[in-house]
Ligand binder design. Structure first.
Ligand code: TRP
Length: 452
């Protein structure tokens, strides 16, 4: 292997490793937990359509831009932005993009870990046989008991943070690259098994109609903002996670092709999750708008009734934990990489500091489901607020800055070299990223704060 070490943190072994890592980052709780419940809360079809548009016109172009900046900068997002700004003769202020990303990563991981903790606790519930022949009501009680109990939530949140920090401390390539190679296909396969079950539930057409019948009277400017925010969230964009993964990408690999593959895989998993969950929601007379508990209140009903449900149920939640795990490491990698670069820390120390800080912030989310459930601001609990501010404000803002830097600040020649697209493909990316993407993000922003 004659690949030179261009980043002090090491480099992916090749194209496949990068695709797996980026897909591992993209496919997570966002696809299986969040996408179904926000689709339910926002009325279904029309929301899904807006989301798909956002993936194509905003997500994909920004993903290419973000990977590109990373590979050119070869450092943590903060230092990457600093050196790219210098290289292009731009203001040092661009470094702020890196800092905002680090903050967004902390905040997202803080609640992400709590939800991943739910998935962990469902592995244990499933193994205990808690779902066997349980009614929709019993399953509902299991869920409300879990979130009402801060101690149990803290236990699982701690376990998940620990798992994340172990991998981050070992370096991205050491652990996850191997695990993700087998587990992601496993998750896909199991979703297909579940799809079979959903089809046999007799309510598949209702589920399908809910997901794809676009009734635009059901959405408003806030749902459009949520759809766009989710496009950023689900593709891991706008905070430097994909940038830092790009900085470990060897030269000569096509950024455009790999980005398309990652975005496709991510979208497929989300739609598949929707196709599994909504038939079950309707078959059991549940509310599509039930909120963050949606998959935890629907899937176990199916597992409790199907043959082999104990096995499939436990396996499903194990795989969900893995999907969350491979996403969580990317949320904290920018901060860890920065500490290693600028404070010459060992990865272990850096991971420990970041882990403890995130764990502490995560307690606010834990309590927002129980003892602090009536602490609200703008009618949102702490958890809702964290989610809203990060996904719908910080990520789009970060993404907007990435797009602007890539096509307005960076020389056209630099991005042409880096992206490795043909001339038509490059022009398409360039013009979409220059005009369509920023304008779309701005309009959605301004509309949602009522200025448009
Ligand atoms: N994309 C992941 C998911 O859908 C979550 C995630 C990982 C993320 N890294 C990110 C979200 C960076 C925003 C930014 O579950």
């Amino acid at each position: 292997m004659e690949q030179q070490r261009s980043s002090i943190h090491g480099q992916w072994s090749g194209r496949l490793a990068f695709i797996l890592a980026a897909t591992g980052s993209a496919v997570g709780l966002g696809n299986i937990w969040k996408f179904p419940y926000i689709t339910g809360e926002n009325g279904g079809g029309a929301f899904v359509l807006v989301y798909l548009l956002c993936i194509a016109l905003v997500g994909l172009p920004i993903m290419m831009a973000e990977v590109m900046l990373g590979r050119r900068g070869r450092q943590s997002p903060i230092n990457t932005m600093m050196s790219l700004a210098k290289e292009e003769g731009a203001h040092r202020f661009w470094k702020a993009l890196g800092w905002m990303g680090v903050l967004a990563g902390f905040l997202i991981l803080s609640y992400y870990s709590v939800i991943a903790g739910w998935a962990l606790s469902y592995v244990s519930l499933s193994l205990e046989g808690a779902f066997v022949s349980a009614s929709a009501e019993d399953i509902g009680v299991l869920f409300s008991n879990l979130i009402a109990d801060p101690q149990r939530l803290i236990l699982w949140h701690s376990l998940f943070m620990l798992m994340t920090m172990v991998v981050v401390a070992r370096g991205v390539r050491g652990g996850l690259e191997v695990a993700v190679r087998y587990l992601m296909p496993g998750l896909g396969l199991l979703l297909l098994v579940m799809l079979g079950y959903a089809i046999s539930s007799g309510y598949f057409m209702q589920g399908l109609a809910f997901l794809f019948d676009a009734d635009f009277s059901k959405i408003n400017s806030t749902s459009i903002l949520v759809a766009m925010g989710h496009a950023f969230f689900t593709l891991s964009l706008g905070m430097g996670a994909i940038m830092v993964y790009g900085s470990y990408l060897p030269k000569g690999i096509s950024i455009a092709k790999t980005s398309v593959l990652v975005a496709l895989a991510d979208t497929l998993v989300a739609l598949l999750a929707g196709l599994v969950i909504f038939p079950l929601v309707f078959a059991n007379g549940l509310e599509p708008g039930a909120g963050p508990g949606l998959i935890f209140q629907t899937l176990p009903i199916a597992f409790g009734q199907m043959s082999g449900g104990l096995f499939f149920g436990s396996l499903f939640f194990v795989l969900l934990v893995f999907a969350a795990w491979s996403s969580a490491i990317s949320l904290i990698e920018p901060a860890v990489a920065y500490l290693v670069e600028n404070r010459s820390m060992k990865r272990l120390t850096a991971a420990l500091i970041c882990g403890v800080a995130t764990w502490l912030v995560g307690l606010a989310t834990v309590f927002s489901f129980n003892i602090w459930s009536d602490v609200t601001l703008f009618d949102k609990t702490i958890f809702d607020l964290l989610d809203f501010v990060t996904s719908n404000i910080m990520l789009p803002l970060g993404g907007l800055m990435i797009a602007i830097f890539a096509v307005w600040v960076m020389k056209k020649e630099s991005s042409r070299q880096e992206l490795g697209l043909g001339s038509v493909g490059f022009s398409l990316w360039y013009w979409v990223t220059r005009f369509v993407t920023p304008v779309a993000v701005l309009i959605v922003f301004l509309t949602s704060i009522g200025l448009f």
